[in-house]
Design a protein around this ligand. Sequence first.
Ligand code: SF4
Length: 242
Amino acid sequence: MWIPGISSIEIRVEAAAVEMTAAVYNYMANQVNYQKQLDAVITEHQKKGETPTVVLHSCCAPCSSYCLLYLTEGFRIIDLYYNPNIYPEEENQKRADELKRLIEAYGSQGRLKHDVAFVEGKYDSGRFYELVKGLEHLPEGDERCKVCFRMRLTEAALLAKEMGADYFATTLTISPLKNASVINTIGNAIAEETGVRYLPTDFKKKDGYLKSCILSKEYGLYRQDYCGCVFSKRDREAEYTK
Ligand code: SF4
């Protein structure tokens, strides 16, 4: 799904701005507990007897396994698989199919308290390569990843807007390799631009990552050994040959 109204240049400029903001957030990292912020939002809605809808950007089935079970307690979920950064295309389809299988399994076992709909986004990989031009050499966790996060979260925000959902969020914060402060800073910036509320998360808290590993084993989920793009694949393969 292409995003109208937001250009590649805007995304790159915003990513640079996020770096500065994230530096401040990193300084405050121990003071900002995004998991607590999420729980406060859930409690507030529960007190009012509300079940809001969230568009959850999902990167893969293993990461989504825990996030879906956590969020279904308080939200209706529109699960968006949109990851044109993934290389190659067959890998992207494999991850999408595995996520769909997981949601269907959860549904048939009655593990989802509220509705979960699955949406598969377009594999517009050309867009990813255009956005990260000049950043190909960087290691995972650097500038390229901020652009990649922004591309995917923006898609979730725009889908939320289109579908009238209350929030957008991402499963990306569950990864121990990803900086939750950076991801949440990007999410908040997109919320300001689009007018859609961002749901803060840090899914790795409360042993979220460990629980996702247990769920992955329980459901026999395919777990990839590289983040997703051709550059992360290159770096992982180089590690293997050391
Ligand atoms: S390493 Fe992962 S987060 Fe970073 S650009 Fe590649 S796919 Fe995106």
